[in-house]
Write a protein that binds this ligand. Structure first.
Ligand SMILES: [Fe+2]
Length: 339
């Protein structure tokens, strides 16, 4: 979710708008570090992120020892370090018929990384979204949260370059990485630019709070946040239409419109076969890297495929989902001091 440095609110007309936060951003502020003080865990997190992501660009993956350093600090981070308590009003549903807004506490953001906290009342949902080119650490402070996450399926069979698997209607095949309830205390989870559950959605089973470290953060236009609907694998399992095997292009792997996909593989619309019955269409399909679903999946490992469980078709949504309502609040935890 792209929220760093912004407060998102809903107008009386129902539209989501964003305004710059002037409450809690530490960006650009310089404070003196007291040499006689043991740095707080929040400060240790900041210092470590500053070092680890110093050269971080999109697609950068920290080496294992640096991942371990950040994870170790997050595992020690307590709700009181960041000014959180389950008794805060952020975690109560005011209206029994629907979840209250999610509250976002902006801790820090620079060009290389960002730190923020999400406070979810029971049943609140953060819709399925991606993290293009990012490494993301997520630390749950308290409560229970269902996490469902996906990674794109990328196949390389009969192709020089890896390809993503896309339906002519635009849905793209993804593999379920996580589908479970996590209850604090639990290990910090990590996702990477193209693996580990790069697209995920959260549903609060109870009131809960988690902290995200994003390296690098969202940035327009190169790293925009994209939201998705997910459809069951079975919905298209018997689809007679062919798939389009479009070139995988690194972390920037958002589902494109069918027209863009067709351009990318060099196919005209009427060259994409609608059934497997046409020899001519099949020949074009092979040349143009379009294949039937069964052809593609038959080339995958049986261990990966199973019975089709563990896969889904992701459909890109336009803009930020209307039901995803987030408000900003002031971060009241330990201060960060920049050198
Ligand atoms: Fe996320």
């Amino acid at each position: 979710m792209r929220l760093e440095g912004e407060l998102v609110r809903k107008t009386s007309g129902g539209q989501l708008v964003a305004k710059k936060s002037n409450l809690s951003s530490m960006k650009g502020k310089r404070r003196q570090r007291r040499p006689d003080c043991m740095p707080s865990v929040v400060q240790q997190l900041f210092d470590t992120c500053k070092a680890v992501f110093a050269e971080g660009t999109a697609g950068f993956i920290p080496p294992p020892e640096d991942v371990f350093r950040i994870r170790s600090i997050l595992d020690r981070l307590k709700p009181e370090d960041v000014g959180l308590s389950p008794k805060l009003p952020y975690f109560k549903n005011i209206d029994a018929r629907r979840p209250s807004p999610i509250t976002y506490l902006h801790v820090y953001a620079c060009d290389e990384f960002s730190i923020g906290i999400f406070c979810l009342p029971p049943n609140a949902v953060i819709p399925l979204h991606n993290h293009p080119g990012m490494t993301v650490f997520s630390k749950i402070f308290f409560g229970s949260m269902h996490i469902k996450s996906y990674d794109w399926v990328v196949v390389s069979q009969d192709s020089i370059e890896p390809c993503r698997v896309v339906l002519p209607s635009g849905e793209r095949l993804a593999k379920v990485k996580t589908d479970a309830v996590f209850t604090a205390p639990c290990e910090t989870s990590i996702l990477y630019p193209s693996s580990g559950g790069n697209m995920h959605c959260f549903t609060a089973k109870t009131a809960c709070a988690f902290l995200d470290v994003l390296g690098p953060p969202y940035s327009s236009p190169e790293r925009n946040c994209t939201y998705y609907f997910d459809h069951a694998y079975a919905k298209y399992a018997g689809n007679p239409d062919s798939l389009i095997m479009a070139k995988a292009d690194g972390y920037d792997d958002a589902v494109k419109t069918p027209e863009h996909v067709k351009e990318e593989v060099g196919l005209l619309a009427d060259h994409i076969p609608n059934s497997r019955g046409s020899t001519d269409a099949d020949a074009r399909a092979v040349d143009g890297k379009a294949k039937s679903i069964s052809e593609v999946l038959s080339g995958m490992s049986p261990l990966d495929l199973g019975e089709g469980e563990g896969y889904g078709w992701l459909q890109e949504r336009t803009g930020q989902p209307e039901e995803f309502l987030v408000v900003g609040a002031k971060y009241r935890g330990h201060n960060i001091v920049e050198d």
